[in-house]
Write a protein that binds this ligand. Sequence first.
Ligand SMILES: *Cc1c(COP(=O)(O)O)cnc(C)c1O
Length: 360
Amino acid sequence: MNVKVRPQLLSLKAYTPGKSSEEVQREYKLEKIVKLASNENPYGTSPFVKEAISKIDNFAIYPDGASTALRKEVAEYTGVKEDQLIFSSGLDELIQIISKALLDENFNTVMASGTFPQYRHNAVVQNAEIREVPLKNGCHDLPEMAKQIDDNTQVVWICNPNNPTGTYVDNKELEQFLQSIPSHVLVVMDEAYYEYVTVEDYPETIPLLDQYDNLMVLRTFSKAFGLASFRIGYGIGAASFIQQLEVVRLPFNTSVLAQKAALAALKDLDFVKQSVSLNAIELQKYYEFCKQHQIDFYTSQGNFIFISIPGKESAEVFQYLLERGYTVRPFPNGVRITVGTKEENEELFELIEKIVLIAH
Ligand SMILES: *Cc1c(COP(=O)(O)O)cnc(C)c1O
């Protein structure tokens, strides 16, 4: 084979979702698998969605490339103008669109190390210089990130709340940061878990768009709305900038199914509210459980929690839970667990208790 991909791709791995639930189930002869590895909504999806997509009766026609109906509803839901929105096949695709539009070998991009991996991945594909700033106590270190910015910086990524730690940047920190950086730098706020946030000083970024036209906000239907399988998310920014990003977007990047599903999900905000309030209740139980067992954790604003069991390697914790039917996400210094239903969490606590006993 003499065909050569661009050299920067050689350092990357294709996304590996790990073993499928079916494989794990067969290998360890398990009755059931509880997937707590990807922060999906444990309560599923609004019943409105199933009804809406069952009504689609023509599969031969391309989707509406402009997402007209959904655009109208999302504009209303978020309180922005329709031309401030761009839709994508999940935020994964929007991160790619932004990276394609802004990054190449002449530029750099600033992000935290210990955050959502797609920012880095796409920057490598674009052959841009990556400037990573370590998290400080699990949080974005905005003053240090600001110091990394120079004339060649195109985009700064802020994952808020941060995946995998669940920590957040508060409104004061963010405003200070925005005031301190030059206006040629795009600041991307990845708010994939926006609906789950409960703290009062979390920054409401949409009103800030009037003041900072170099700000962009990313939201998704994959998490609290429970639509991860459909692949649909959106970005909010200055209309003139959104128009430029549109050039990079595939003409039919969101499917008829995804658009209809998102529209239906927006009509059932009670479902989201219910999911969010149950999540807050279950998170509290995690905090109490962790304190009781001297397990380190970060307080989370998402539907997941990052924990670290003293004296235990995260790979061991991951494997122990996997063999008993619970999939979580391992990191070098801990594991990220999606907050499940009451029953799922209770079962998981029992298993973790056993790991703690082995550890001591
Ligand atoms: C899940 C997640 C995404 C990707 O979501 P999709 O819309 O499903 O592509 C983006 N950012 C963060 C921080 C996430 O956790």
